[in-house]
Design a binder for this molecule. Structure first.
Ligand SMILES: *[C@@H]1O[C@H](CO)[C@@H](O)[C@H](O)[C@H]1NC(C)=O
Ligand SMILES: *[C@@H]1O[C@H](CO)[C@@H](O)[C@H](O)[C@H]1NC(C)=O
Ligand SMILES: *[C@@H]1O[C@H](CO)[C@@H](O)[C@H](O)[C@H]1NC(C)=O
Ligand SMILES: *[C@@H]1O[C@H](CO)[C@@H](O)[C@H](O)[C@H]1NC(C)=O
Ligand SMILES: *[C@@H]1O[C@H](CO)[C@@H](O)[C@H](O)[C@H]1NC(C)=O
Ligand SMILES: *[C@@H]1O[C@H](CO)[C@@H](O)[C@H](O)[C@H]1NC(C)=O
Ligand SMILES: *[C@@H]1O[C@H](CO)[C@@H](O)[C@H](O)[C@H]1NC(C)=O
Ligand SMILES: *[C@@H]1O[C@H](CO)[C@@H](O)[C@H](O)[C@H]1NC(C)=O
Length: 315
């Protein structure tokens, strides 16, 4: 189903030791930098610091150049490049196999590491959570100093697929709405419309507070609901990576095995997810026709399906 190969075998990608909030293991990166700088066979190219590098297609420059690298949550590993190659680092992010906790690569940090022996190295670090200059806090140390550090964020054709901009009217702490921010909720039962919703409830979200909820909230029908999004920015003929997380064990876990969700692209079912499942990543490679329609159809009271962190990235 998910077409991307793991880069671990292909490029010597060094995997993250810790997928939690502690960020890159600088000592691991530094050891790799020092080892690489000592390889006589590797021709390290001179760096033209004055030239702004091209911003890779599908990415946006978030910060830089700064003299500090990121130390941020969601680290997916790093690769030492032979040059300050922003397009190469973007390709590694695009091809990076998903992380089971965080999903697709969403951000990279590229920087120059200058060793005390005056050797130049180039690091490409990958993250499944976007970050910015606020976490560019690692200047390096006496053996490797960091410069020309830039951060690039991958642009999703589905804006706000984390549903974090949906907020409740105080004093409510949790709430839901059928349609929001381009997502349109519809029901298979014309008289019960609460089968598809955007929900604000941290207990029902993968990350943060927002998610899609499918299944009648009032319990008045076992009919399914659909959340549909019209994608405005897809380019006809181009391939996209769709990534999402799904769970049906958050409400009525004993009925979770009744859960069923279809992932629908331009009216065609590309996958049907069945069976009890905690938050699990699902990824697909899709071809755009332009003005594409993405939809999730599912929920079957007393089973509820939740979908979160929906990203559609140009490949
Ligand atoms: C980075 O360091 C160089 C060399 O010391 C300095 O010229 C430059 O201003 C620094 N850049 C930033 C953003 O601090
Ligand atoms: C380090 O390399 C730069 C560029 O090649 C050179 O200008 C500089 O003199 C070198 N510094 C030392 C301490 O070798
Ligand atoms: C960080 O980025 C913000 C927004 O782009 C900018 O206003 C701020 O000056 C930056 N801070 C540093 C230290 O570069
Ligand atoms: C649709 O909802 C009504 C309640 O408004 C219920 O009586 C009916 O059985 C439901 N139909 C289906 C197919 O679930
Ligand atoms: C769903 O509800 C309808 C109408 O209430 C009922 O006839 C049907 O048996 C239910 N289906 C399941 C799978 O529970
Ligand atoms: C939902 O789970 C409860 C508790 O296990 C069970 O009694 C009930 O039959 C289940 N409902 C359906 C429709 O399977
Ligand atoms: C979901 O996670 C809970 C807690 O770890 C576990 O007890 C349960 O078996 C898991 N359910 C499924 C369907 O994997
Ligand atoms: C998308 O829809 C807009 C407005 O309906 C139309 O102008 C445009 O040509 C369409 N693009 C494609 C690639 O079909």
């Amino acid at each position: 189903m998910f077409a991307f190969v793991s880069l671990l075998a292909l490029t010597g990608l060094v995997s993250a030791v810790d997928f939690g909030a502690s960020g890159p293991e600088w000592s691991t990166v530094k050891s790799a930098i020092l080892a690489k700088s000592e390889q006589g066979s590797v021709q390290l190219k001179a760096f033209a610091a004055a030239v702004d590098p091209p911003t890779p297609e599908g990415f946006t420059l978030t910060f830089g150049p700064l003299n500090a690298s990121n130390n941020a949550p969601g680290f997916m590993g790093f690769v030492l490049l032979d040059s300050y190659d922003t397009a190469g680092c973007a390709s590694l992010c695009n091809a990076r196999d998903f992380d089971s906790v965080g999903g697709l690569c969403q951000f990279f940090n590229i920087y120059q590491g200058l060793t005390s022996a005056n050797k130049t190295t180039f690091t490409c670090s990958l993250y499944y959570l976007p970050t910015d200059n606020s976490t560019a806090t690692n200047p390096g140390d006496a053996t490797v100093s960091i410069s020309a550090s830039r951060g690039y964020r991958r642009t999703s054709a589905v804006p706000d697929g984390s549903f974090e901009t949906f907020a409740c009217t105080p004093p409510a702490l949790t709430c839901s709405i059928a349609s929001f921010n381009g997502w349109v909720g519809t029901s298979d039962n014309a008289t019960v419309l609460d089968t598809a919703a955007i929900s604000h409830d941290p207990a029902l979200a993968h990350f943060g507070s927002g998610s899609i909820s499918l299944g009648s909230i009032s319990g008045k029908t076992n009919a399914s609901g659909t959340e549909t999004f019209k994608v405005a920015t897809t380019v006809k003929g181009r391939n996209y990576a769709l990534g999402l997380f799904h769970s049906n064990t958050l409400r009525n876990p004993t009925n979770a095995s009744l859960g069923i969700v279809s992932v629908v692209w331009n009216g065609v079912i590309v996958d049907t997810i069945t069976g009890a499942q905690n938050w699990t990543f699902h990824g697909y490679t899709l071809t755009a026709a332009g003005n594409d329609t993405l939809a999730f159809h599912g929920g079957k009271f007393p089973a509820f399906d939740f979908i979160d962190d929906v990203f559609l990235f140009l490949l």
